[in-house]
Design a protein around this ligand. Structure first.
Ligand SMILES: Cc1cc2nc3c(=O)[nH]c(=O)nc-3n(C[C@H](O)[C@H](O)[C@H](O)COP(=O)(O)OP(=O)(O)OC[C@H]3O[C@@H](n4cnc5c(N)ncnc54)[C@H](O)[C@@H]3O)c2cc1C
Length: 272
């Protein structure tokens, strides 16, 4: 690592926000570091200040109740989320997608919040959280706002976050708790790999929702369908919504084809 930065390890959200405010635009938040440190090392990111939030107890909240739903604090790792019983019991799509994110070792560091802030089109947490109508709680020194995930991610690796803001937590409403669901991720290899495309499906109350990753600049949520809709209709809606690209991992044609294949398989497996 050749880039030098000042390291801050605040003990409270207020302290972290004060550092971000003071160095707005030249400071980066460090959670698991599995994206940030890779980017610093490769020269993509050159913050003069790194604000490590892992010592902040308030950001480790992991909670579920029937009224407010699931709260995933900024420093909760993917493995902690996966080990939390209400997730396994009530949010099958998060469980399935979380298990697809990188390796076990990476998941000990990587956080769902870091995943959505990175806002990569292939991030494994985004399309499942879109299907669940997740909201993002954003804080700054003088404000707290709740932004729906649909609005939070604005483009390839861009979000609505201002330089002086921090994500405190993701809130998943109880609406889809207990919903049957599935997640399919196409990779180049059998082991861990970034998704070439991924499709999430959540079925609830006679309706189902489909989220798609890696097939457009941002993860997509299709309009809701009634259970019993033909796979062709859903595939047509997906084809109209996606704008896949060619890259080193895949052609756009194969991406589009596999979105259709996964929609059909998930509809059959989940019984949509
Ligand atoms: C080998 C390897 C394999 C990977 N495989 C996958 C994969 O299969 N699927 C996948 O989706 N991802 C994968 N990733 C990417 C990465 O692990 C995930 O995106 C991870 O969830 C990021 O979380 P983090 O806590 O490590 O984030 P960090 O690296 O700490 O932060 C990521 C970004 O978010 C910002 N940030 C973090 N927390 C906050 C906050 N609370 N408020 C404001 N900004 C914040 C940081 O400043 C940074 O810009 C892989 C990475 C590696 C190195």
């Amino acid at each position: 690592m050749t880039h030098e930065f000042s390291y801050h390890a605040p003990g409270s959200p207020a302290e972290a926000l004060e550092v971000l405010e003071r160095h707005a635009g030249d400071a980066a938040v460090l959670s698991g570091g599995t994206d940030l440190l890779v980017n610093i090392r490769s020269g993509l990111s050159k913050p003069s200040h790194v604000v490590d939030i892992k010592q902040i107890p308030e950001l480790k909240t992991l909670n579920y109740d029937g009224k407010n739903g699931l709260t995933i604090g900024a420093c909760v790792t993917v493995n902690e989320m996966l080990a939390y019983e209400p997730v396994a019991e009530s949010y099958a799509v998060l469980q399935a997608a979380g298990e697809e994110l990188a390796t076990y070792q990476l998941r000990n560091r990587a956080t769902p919040v870091g995943n959505i802030v990175t806002a990569s089109p292939c991030g494994d947490m985004s399309s499942p959280l879109l299907c669940l109508d997740a909201e993002v709680v954003v804080v700054s020194s003088n404000n707290t706002r709740r932004v729906s995930l649909r609005e939070f991610i604005t483009g390839v690796k861009t979000t609505v976050l201002a330089p002086n803001e921090l994500v405190r937590e993701i809130v998943v409403p109880p609406t889809y708790a207990g919903a049957e669901a599935g997640y399919k991720k196409l990779k180049r290899i059998k082991g861990h790999d970034l998704g070439v495309i991924a499709v999430a499906l959540v079925k609830h109350s006679g309706l189902f929702r489909v989220g798609i990753s890696s097939a457009a600049p941002t993860p997509l949520l299709l309009p809701e369908f009634a259970v019993g809709t033909s796979p062709e209709e859903v595939q047509d809606a997906a084809a109209a919504a996606i704008s896949p690209i060619d890259d080193v991992r895949c052609t756009k044609e194969y991406r589009a084809f596999m979105v259709g294949v996964y929609i059909e398989r998930l509809m059959s497996e989940v019984g949509a």
